[in-house]
Design a protein around this ligand. Sequence first.
Ligand code: FEO
Length: 177
Amino acid sequence: MIDLSPKMQDAINLQISYESYASNFYLALAYWCDDQALEGCKKFFMRQSEEERMHMLKLYDYMSESGVHPVTPAVPQPPVTYSGIQAAFQKVFEQERSVTLSIHNLLKLAQDENDYNTQHFLQWYVDEQREEEAVIRTILDRIKVIGEGGQSLYYIDKEVDKINIQVIAAEAAEKSK
Ligand code: FEO
């Protein structure tokens, strides 16, 4: 059985709350996109919301395997509205950066405590965050190239839809390995 220190248990519970918030954050964003008739962006954020829930559940399972009862967190209200699609993706980028930072802090704690199981377990999250940040950076770059006025929104939405399909295909390929 995995032996988690009380400090590590608290830190993982905190990470559970971040992943839970991330899932709701993306869900709220998906329905903001729905209001703007941005169907491609809505699909992107709905998938992302599901992924964040999966990130959270992996932490639940890890705690449970260690004989520790995970704490289901109260989750703060995510933003309801945005000034535009670029601002929304900028906020997404900041959100992912803060999760990356918390994963790195968690890994540092595992290293300080010589907790090799948790270090190994967290490597998946380190890779996941790197990939998520790269996708969001790509979208932000494309938004800058396309511009944000008038018909641009139509093309941004198409581009995000295309990227979403690529992410789904890459995940399916990864799972089939
Ligand atoms: Fe699980 Fe993207 O944070």
